[in-house]
Ligand binder design. Structure first.
Ligand SMILES: Cc1cn([C@H]2C[C@H](O)[C@@H](COP(=O)(O)OP(=O)(O)O[C@H]3O[C@H](C)C(=O)[C@H](O)[C@H]3O)O2)c(=O)[nH]c1=O
Length: 186
């Protein structure tokens, strides 16, 4: 019996993963990651890093982040506390949906996660206070390969459900997409 429901999304390779919950009188168990089951969803590499972010304030935006090749990564973003508007942007230069974005609401309640292929930027807005996310990464963190786009870039026109209440200095400083931007070749 699969521990996940896997749903295709409008951007090729982007998947919505819903965790099954095995409950009893004590509580529940749910699986966060499974190589065998998520290979069918496109996870084609070992998990090399797992991160946890906690974001205290509702309305905070983190993103839009990605690592440039050869450190491009597959990312599985799971929300274990609170609720977020989770956004992925297709940066694959040759993709028919290049620079298009898609968002899903992830929460501890709906047990949904976003599986984001290589070549996408990722960001989110917290829809509640005290949000905890768990990220599985298929590539290690390489600061020199870190790149970012402005969450408020008019070229992306990402809809954020709430007023942005907090943004890191780094995220506030990302350049806007200009004619020299050529996406990511993965
Ligand atoms: C990603 C990462 C960061 N760091 C350090 C670098 C900074 O000193 C600090 C916070 O990093 P940054 O502000 O770049 O990360 P966030 O804005 O929290 O980014 C997070 O949210 C966005 C939406 C994501 O998609 C990232 O994958 C996720 O890490 O942690 C590490 O030491 N290891 C790591 O793997």
């Amino acid at each position: 019996m699969s521990r996940f429901d896997i749903k295709n999304l409008p951007l090729d390779g982007l998947k919505l993963i819903e965790r099954q919950q095995m409950g009893d009188s004590r509580g529940f168990l749910s699986r966060i990651f499974c190589t065998n089951e998520l290979s069918a969803a496109g996870w084609s590499a070992p998990v090399v890093q797992i991160n946890h972010t906690h974001t205290a304030r509702r309305g905070t935006v983190r993103g839009m982040h990605y690592q440039i090749p050869p450190h491009a990564e597959i990312k599985l973003v799971s929300c274990l506390q609170g609720e977020i508007w989770d956004v992925a942007v297709d940066l694959r230069t040759d993709s028919p949906t290049y620079l298009q974005w898609h968002a899903e609401i992830l929460s501890a309640e709906n047990r949904r996660a976003l599986l984001i292929p290589e070549g996408f930027a990722h960001g989110f807005q917290t829809l509640s206070d005290n949000v905890s996310l768990l990220y599985c990464h298929s590539a290690a963190y390489h600061p020199d390969a870190e790149a970012g786009l402005s969450a408020q870039d008019p070229r992306l026109a990402i809809h954020w459900p709430q007023d942005i209440t907090e943004l890191s200095a780094r995220d506030a400083g990302h350049n806007l997409i200009d004619p020299t931007f050529d996406g990511v070749k993965v």
